[in-house]
Design a protein around this ligand. Structure first.
Ligand code: SF4
Length: 424
């Protein structure tokens, strides 16, 4: 197939000719992840973002006016949940957190932090009061959860978070009773160690909930949810010891209960609720907005299809993403459908992507080679066209092939890619 001589150009041509016929593409958001900073003072050895205080890109955070654009976009998306999270430590942009808390029109907000800022009880109380006051100024009165990351890497980082700092947050929360909740998240290999050390610091107990979740029972009767995620071997953690391979389950095992049917896991539409131990299916799409201003459908966008947030409406952005057949595959068939395709045509790419055990990097890694991206585009386009969910312009040289259900496009692409790799 000539298209594979220049896969990027060929993919662009397919995208220009592809028109989906779906009457309803998502019109609202599910989870909206915003990364306020790519920097982090803690610099954990296992950081999936390889974050520290060294800038890795030209632009490490959103400007004031970009944050206002982001707030407009988030509110317009009617997302069910806003996650103020990774890329780095959001508390480096504390004023942006407060601004989001008081203005974003979403029913629920979760802030993810290492808690390094809780250096003294007094400072902790001041910052938690500011958070509480900002939330209470929000006209839609969002439910708020402050989530602390707790594991051995935070305790042993170049600028570690100390057990007393976690204690400062939890004690302050228990004593001042703000209008928001707190939660803790660790990694599976550290079950029973860091959570136990925090419980000892506070004179608290620990109760089992299930294989992934526990509750911290604070003196005075309040309880704090505690969830244990898989160990991700992406970012800096790629260099870490192999022993986590046995101690942590895989993302396939972790997300198994959240599949809509066996093998179909659409994180692109889920409301991410790890701290409550579930990912709720929704009709909206999850969006990640990075600190450099780019955004995409989480686990739903090819790496060459990310957008820069400007003045576009949420509907325009979603329409742009759905102009790509790959987004249809990821949203409606899920990430394992993509994984299975790539396993057949590029086993080494597949093995390296899965070895990271990280859903956030999986789609980008599986689709990094441009020939694989083209192949998945063609396979997904054929699926959409033959199911009468899309058309491809008749002038496109592959239009006939993509409309013919008797042609096994997947097998053709697979043979071509495997053949090309063997002759290199
Ligand atoms: S605190 Fe979080 S963002 Fe910072 S280095 Fe550690 S894992 Fe990365």
């Amino acid at each position: 197939m000539d298209a594979f001589r220049d896969p990027s150009v060929a993919r662009e041509r397919v995208l220009r000719s592809f028109h989906h016929q779906l009457e309803n593409i998502p019109t609202q958001g599910s989870s909206f992840f915003i990364h306020l900073s790519e920097l982090c003072p803690v610099a954990c050895e296992h950081c999936m973002y390889s974050s520290d205080l060294e800038r890795k890109s030209e632009k490490t955070a959103l400007s004031k006016s970009e944050l206002e654009d982001a707030i407009r976009f988030i509110s317009e998306s009617s997302s069910q949940k806003l996650n103020i999270t990774g890329g780095g430590e959001p508390f480096l942009k504390f004023s942006s957190i407060l601004r989001l808390l008081e203005t974003a029109k979403v029913p629920r907000i979760e802030i993810v932090t290492a808690g390094h800022w809780a250096t003294t009880p007094k400072r902790t109380a001041r910052m938690m009061r500011q958070i509480d006051e900002a939330r209470s100024r929000n006209a839609v009165n969002p439910e708020l959860l402050l989530r602390l990351s707790i594991d051995r890497y935070h305790l042993n980082a170049p600028r570690p978070v100390r057990i007393e700092q976690y204690g400062n947050v939890l004690r302050c929360w228990s004593e001042t009773q703000p209008s928001f909740a707190v939660g803790l998240r660790s990694i599976q290999p550290d079950m029973g160690t860091v959570d136990r050390a925090i419980a000892d610091e506070l004179g608290a107990g620990i109760a089992e909930v299930d294989g992934w979740n526990r509750r911290l029972l604070l003196p005075g009767g309040k309880t704090v949810p505690l969830t244990f995620n898989v160990f991700r071997r992406s970012g800096k953690a790629l260099r870490l010891a192999e022993d986590h391979r046995d101690a942590s389950k895989t993302i396939r095992e972790y997300y198994g209960p959240f599949e809509s049917q066996p093998g179909n896991l659409s994180l692109a539409t889920a409301v991410n609720d790890a701290i409550r131990g579930d990912y709720t299916a929704s009709t909206g799409v999850a969006v990640t907005l990075n600190s450099d201003g780019t955004f995409w459908i989480f686990c739903g966008t090819a790496p060459d299809r990310k957008l820069l947030l400007e003045k576009q409406s949420f509907a325009e952005a979603v329409a742009y993403f759905f102009d790509d057949p790959i987004t249809h595959l990821l949203v409606y068939e899920g990430i394992w459908a993509l994984s299975d395709l790539v396993m057949e045509m590029a086993p080494k790419t597949h093995a390296a992507a899965l070895a990271k055990n990280d859903s956030a990097s999986l789609v980008d890694d599986l689709l990094a080679p441009d020939d694989v991206r083209l192949a998945v585009t063609l396979i997904s386009a054929q699926q959409q066209v033959t199911r009468n969910r899309a058309t491809v312009d008749a002038e496109h040289p592959l239009a006939g092939l993509l409309a013919d259900p008797a042609v096994d496009v997947a097998e053709m692409c697979c043979g071509l890619i495997l053949g090309n790799r063997e002759t290199r």
